[in-house]
Design a protein around this ligand. Structure first.
Ligand SMILES: [Zn+2]
Length: 97
């Protein structure tokens, strides 16, 4: 780290780092108590209510691959960014995995 804190381009507020995720809450299970002993038949940990996965950026590279079947290549990147703690402005960056 350089030591210089990122500053919001809109209002000059302090910005914090974050990553874009998609969260899918499973229906029906989150209302139950997380401390229900003996209720889990599968033996899996009780953290399954939220399924979190990375959101990725995809773009066409313009290159075609394959000799017979031409398929346009795509480049996939992970999306991270900064959020202003004052006004909520989000600045996003796509980084190659
Ligand atoms: Zn701001």
């Amino acid at each position: 780290m350089s030591g210089a804190e990122p500053v919001c381009p809109k209002c000059g507020g302090r910005m914090v780092k974050g990553e874009l995720k998609t969260r899918m809450e499973r229906l029906g299970t989150s209302a139950m108590s997380p401390f229900a002993p003996g209720m889990s038949m599968s033996g899996l940990p009780a953290m399954l209510d939220d399924v979190v996965s990375d959101l990725s950026w995809e773009e066409k590279t313009g290159e075609k691959k394959g000799f017979i079947f031409k398929r346009e290549e795509t480049r996939r990147m992970s999306v991270a960014g900064l959020r202003c703690t004052v006004c909520g402005y989000i600045e996003l960056y796509a980084r190659e995995k």
